[in-house]
Write a protein that binds this ligand. Sequence first.
Ligand code: PGA
Length: 249
Amino acid sequence: MKIISAPDYESMSRKAANLISAQVILYPRSVLGLATGSTPLGIYKQLADWYRKGDLDFSKVHTVNLDEYCGLPAGSEQSYRYYMESNFFHHINIPAENYNLPNGNAEDIEAECIRYDKLISSLGGIDLQLLGIGHTGHIGFNEPDQSFDKTTHRIRLSRRTIEANARFFETPEKVPEYAVTMGIKAIMQAKKLLLAASGAEKAEILYRALFGPVTPELPASILQFHPNVTVVATEDALSVIRRQEPKLL
Ligand code: PGA
């Protein structure tokens, strides 16, 4: 595992964007796994900026997002499809048919989950998966659980996650209780993982995920078993790691 530290959010975003950019330049047909939330916003902004300057071409890239809420009205500004289109896809030259998110409103959610896993396989798997980390240690919406071996599935969001995501909604009651998330299996099968973290409130969970016991109770801890993980994080997000593992940073 490589840990790259950045002095602030802007620099973290630029470093992570550089790694994604290298992937797309080296392999224009890459399959990128993408994430939502506050953390990746700066990364998408930077990539869109480089696209505008003519440095990046996304015309052959395919993407699969980690997750989507269930039960939001179509076109809802809180949906992850809307987030991805307004923050990234509509600012680059990726063809609409090349980007994918699970459909949280599918009538048959089980069939939708199977479709999503098949889609990832049919694309040849994920070359580079971008991840954030939630306060519960979730990756995607894989909340603390009893096992690591889930494929794409519907999940009930934890109270902590609902509270954390309430900032995007008018009231916490409006945060959907359920979501569809790519499972840990597909994430672990990605060739490379890029975990981005920012802010002091992530310092403890980041330390526990990367250096604590590997347990499905802290889903991100499984990353310790992945052969190619790069963590790009701000200094404050790395503060506990720096204290506990000073030789590493
Ligand atoms: P955040 O979310 O980037 O908004 O902190 C991370 C996550 O929940 O994975």
